[in-house]
Write a protein that binds this ligand. Structure first.
Ligand code: SAM
Length: 288
């Protein structure tokens, strides 16, 4: 069988269906077999796994996933791609379910539950315009997931993996750290896609933690403190906390909270570790 990772095959399928790329859906299809292997190897996909693929496109990665996993569920928003997948490129796989829908509106929890509730693996070359809501949605809904191994914009991968003091460190780094262990498995150049994206890409694996690395009284308040700490980078943390509508605290209360958490009044959010932000969130009495 000819695989779609061969660019000639991809061009032939696109021609056969008169397919026009839709920029609004972030369509950059993979055309490199080594990169496909890198992603699937990083995810550690085996015949025991149920895999959720977000945005299968014409099925380039889906073909390999179907051959290496027990079952694949592929959620694709563009209805023009559905006949290509089901009648053509992936018609031979009986372990594949293709769903035409928006991943942000799909009840992934129900899909996992219907299959017995065993944690799944999420594997995707993500549409870059919604990387953060997709990943955060999987985390926050506490869906049983073993790992999320995805191609993202290089800068986003670096932000996800960054630690305190780095220019990339921010609310996304802390959210990822709270829920998962991040590992950048590969950097991927623009010529591995059709059409070429305007940005560099990277494959990142997020292995979900069984327990968060910090225990807090309220997860919601921790994330409100994190959002406030990074909302305005040039401000000191006291001013950011006091300026946050969400926390609804006065400057005096913010100073008192920092003191109670053992932090200097002049500290900036970007210098704080997750443990320090967790301690700070616990000394607030309200809201949540
Ligand atoms: N997996 C294919 C590949 O690697 O060649 C395609 C990857 S392409 C970067 C992203 C895919 O996600 C496209 O097929 C696009 O139509 C689909 N997509 C975009 N937004 C989506 C959404 N909200 N829900 C589901 N799929 C989406």
């Amino acid at each position: 069988m000819a695989y779609l990772s061969d660019p000639k095959e991809t061009v032939a399928v696109l021609k056969r269906y008169g397919f026009a790329f839709q920029k609004k859906f972030g369509q950059n299809f993979l055309i490199d077999a080594h990169v496909l292997d890198k992603i699937i190897d990083a995810a550690g996909v085996t015949k025991d796994d149920t895999v959720l693929e977000i945005g299968p496109g014409i099925g380039t990665m889906t073909q390999v996933l179907c051959e290496r996993a027990k079952e694949v569920i592929a959620v694709e928003i563009d209805r023009n791609l559905i006949p290509i997948l089901t009648e053509d490129t992936c018609r031979m796989y009986d372990n594949l379910t293709v769903i035409n829908g928006d991943i942000l509106k799909t009840d992934v929890e129900a899909l996992v539950r219907e299959r017995g509730g065993r944690p799944i693996k999420v594997v995707a070359n993500l549409p870059y315009y919604i990387t953060t809501p997709i990943v955060m949605g999987l985390f926050e809904k506490h869906i049983p997931v073993e790992n999320i191994t995805v191609m993202v914009q290089r800068e986003v991968a670096e932000r996800m993996q960054a630690g305190p003091g780095s220019k990339d460190y921010g609310a996304l780094s802390l959210a990822v750290q709270y829920y998962a262990e991040a590992y950048i498995a590969a950097y991927v150049p623009q010529n591995c896609f059709m059409p070429r994206p305007n940005v560099g890409s990277a494959v990142i694996r997020l292995t979900l933690r069984k327990e968060p690395p910090v225990k807090v009284k309220s997860e919601e308040r921790l994330f409100a403190v994190i959002r406030a700490a990074f909302a305005q980078r040039r401000k000191t943390l006291v001013n950011s906390l006091a300026g946050s509508g969400e926390l609804a605290c006065t400057k005096e209360e913010a100073v008192a909270a920092l003191r109670a958490a053992g932090l200097p009044e002049t500290v900036r959010g970007e210098a704080l570790t997750l443990a320090q932000l967790a301690a700070l969130s616990d000394v607030f009495e309200k809201p949540y």
